[in-house]
Design a protein around this ligand. Structure first.
Ligand code: PAF
Length: 276
């Protein structure tokens, strides 16, 4: 596996690669790879030569968030990438974000959902993803649906800027207990993991209520909030909206999505379930 740390080298690699007929599939990550990333990489490999990036992006962490203690395991990550036969790891140095004066913002979408609780988060995400796209120049880029709002915002950014990259969503991978895979799950102790498994179950039960005929968004979200609180969680939000994240509290329809963020002690978890 080729490990590239320099921006200029990565650009040159991609430029040369593009002279061939092959496509570049790109999986941006912050490392501490887990089965969710493996699914992203496996999907990417079906579309083209796969480049995985690992970079813990300081721009997307707010004050008081976990930037300093964000889990790292570059050796473990390299092993996973080698096992998956990934040809290129882009592991940029921090100069990829140093002295940045220009940021990508979507003011409308950063006001909702996660944006209400993490005000500069999406600006940081969109800015690093745009930078990575400019360096890697992928034809396809893969994002997990666990971070649904992130996926929607990146897709919108690619459309708004006519980028030559197709954004491909990849399904959430869950632990047997239902917990969505996340690098931050290591913050959960045994009791935390057990508690957190109720999160997905409650969202799924809410989706079941919809299936049985309950269409009122207030009743559905009200049920979810009540159950979450009963299970000891602090609820940041539970919302039902359309897949483009535009509609709020009118009615619910098949294809809508329930998005939620909760806190268990110090650990913040997000998840979502589609209404089918
Ligand atoms: O989803 C993530 O891991 C990050 O937000 C991303 C897309 C790699 C940008 O830093």
């Amino acid at each position: 596996m080729k490990i590239i740390t320099e921006i200029a080298e990565m650009k040159e690699f991609s430029r040369n690669f593009k002279k061939s007929e092959k496509k570049i599939s790109f999986v941006p990550t912050m490392g501490k790879l887990h089965k969710g990333h493996v699914r992203l990489i496996e999907s990417a490999k079906r579309y083209g030569e796969t480049i995985v990036s690992i970079f813990i992006n300081p721009l997307q962490f707010g004050r008081g968030e976990d930037f300093d203690k964000y889990p790292k395991d570059i050796e473990g990550d390299e092993k996973i990438l080698l096992d998956l036969d990934v040809p290129v790891l882009f592991y940029p140095e921090s100069n990829i974000v140093k002295n940045t004066d220009t940021f990508i913002v979507n003011p409308e979408y950063s006001k909702k959902l996660e944006g209400l609780f993490r005000s500069s988060h999406f600006q940081g995400v969109l800015t690093i993803v745009m930078k990575l796209f400019c360096v890697v120049e992928p034809d396809f880029a893969f994002f997990g649906l666990k971070d649904y709002q992130q996926y929607v915002l990146i897709k919108k950014m690619a459309e708004d800027f006519f980028l030559n990259v197709k954004i491909i969503p990849v399904e959430t991978v869950r632990e047997e207990s239902g917990i969505a895979m996340s690098s931050r799950n290591i913050y959960l102790d045994g009791a935390g993991k057990e508690a957190a498994s109720a999160f997905y179950k409650i969202l799924s039960s809410t989706a079941d209520l919809f299936k049985k005929g309950e269409k009122s968004p207030e009743k559905l979200t009200g049920f979810a909030v009540k159950e979450l609180i009963k299970n000891g969680f602090k609820v940041d939000y539970v919302e039902i909206t359309d897949p483009a994240l535009n509609r709020k509290y009118q009615n619910t329809e098949k294809g809508d999505i329930i998005l939620a963020a909760i806190r268990y002690k110090e650990v913040r978890l997000i998840d979502n379930v589609f209404l089918i």
